[in-house]
Design a protein around this ligand. Structure first.
Ligand SMILES: NC(=O)C1=CN([C@@H]2O[C@H](COP(=O)(O)OP(=O)(O)OC[C@H]3O[C@@H](n4cnc5c(N)ncnc54)[C@H](OP(=O)(O)O)[C@@H]3O)[C@@H](O)[C@H]2O)C=CC1
Ligand SMILES: O=C(O)C1=N[C@H](C(=O)O)C[C@H](O)C1
Length: 260
């Protein structure tokens, strides 16, 4: 029908939308609530939200951008809904596996998709510093990543720890998948040279602490970040949502948003 509004993606590809109307997937969760509060403070309209068993297709049809902080199991349906409506999606959900990344790559052929394990400015800069340090320090510097989170967190290592591991691996010019040590217990044998180790601590209400340690024979360098609350993630998610609007189909992440 002539005059009917084109799918959101086509409309936004022209870049004409200035105001972001967001839809939150995982709206009643810790992050969903933090995003809604940050949106209210920033004057960003929340057009709706869904949780388990919610209707994401209906939500997608009435928003400019979907923001997903829910569960890996929801990802495929969320991407399908975003593609059908032609709206960009910001994915903050962690615990993603290879097949989820494949789904994201595939959706990014159709719509803009921004995925990150951490939307904060501090962690985005930390990843940059980690890449640089890993590149400049020789292989005699072992790399270990330690993360601490609240007792309710369900995935490990955290998405941020993995993001930092990827940054370290890039700096070293190695593939993280072939060089990571994800859990030591019992007679582990000595540390395998060149690996990147991960350790996860859980307890209390910690919003998210990450430390990347570089350890050599006689010295240690630690680069770290501590999140004092979820507002930093929520603000970063809103910034990502505003940035991704009007972008061409493709896969994006936080350094592009923050210009780092
Ligand atoms: N990238 C980043 O910067 C950050 C990422 N995160 C990540 O965000 C995710 C959410 O964290 P958090 O808010 O603490 O977790 P919560 O458990 O508090 O919230 C998750 C929410 O998602 C909902 N949900 C579960 N399954 C589905 C589904 N199939 N469809 C729609 N909604 C669903 C839950 O609903 P119900 O209760 O009904 O199951 C719940 O409301 C985690 O993966 C976490 O690691 C967190 C902080 C920062
Ligand atoms: O589940 C959380 O809480 C957090 N998850 C993200 C992660 O897995 O890295 C980001 C942040 O650390 C908080």
């Amino acid at each position: 029908m002539r005059g009917a509004e084109p799918p959101g993606g086509a409309r936004r590809a022209s870049g004409e939308c200035a105001v972001t109307k967001i839809g939150i997937i995982g709206s009643q969760g810790r992050m969903g609530q933090a995003i809604a509060a940050a949106a209210e403070a920033a004057g960003v309209e929340v057009a709706g939200g869904v949780d388990k068993d919610g209707d994401v297709a209906t939500l997608a049809a009435k928003v400019d951008v979907l923001i997903d902080f829910s569960s890996p199991g929801a990802l495929e349906g969320n991407l399908d809904a975003a593609m059908a409506a032609g709206v960009p999606v910001v994915i903050g959900t962690t615990g993603l596996e290879e097949r989820h990344h494949w789904l994201i790559d595939s959706a990014a052929q159709v719509i803009p998709v921004l995925q990150t394990g951490n939307t904060s400015l501090g962690v985005t800069l930390l990843a940059h510093l980690v890449r640089e340090a890993a590149n400049r320090l020789g292989e005699d510097w072992d790399i270990e990543i330690v993360e601490t989170h609240h007792r309710m967190k369900v995935d490990a290592p955290s998405g941020t720890a993995l993001l930092l591991g990827e940054a370290a691996a890039e700096g070293r010019g190695i593939a993280l998948a072939d060089n990571s040590e994800r859990g030591r217990d019992g007679i582990t044998g000595k540390r395998e040279s060149g690996t990147i180790g991960f350790a996860a601590l859980r307890g209390g209400t910690v919003a998210g602490d990450h430390a990347v340690m570089f350890l050599s024979d006689s010295e240690r360098l630690t680069l770290s970040h501590m999140a004092e609350n979820r507002t930093i993630f929520a603000k970063g998610a809103l910034r990502a949502a505003e940035w991704v609007q009007g972008k061409p189909a493709g896969r994006y992440t936080m350094p592009e948003v923050l210009g780092l």
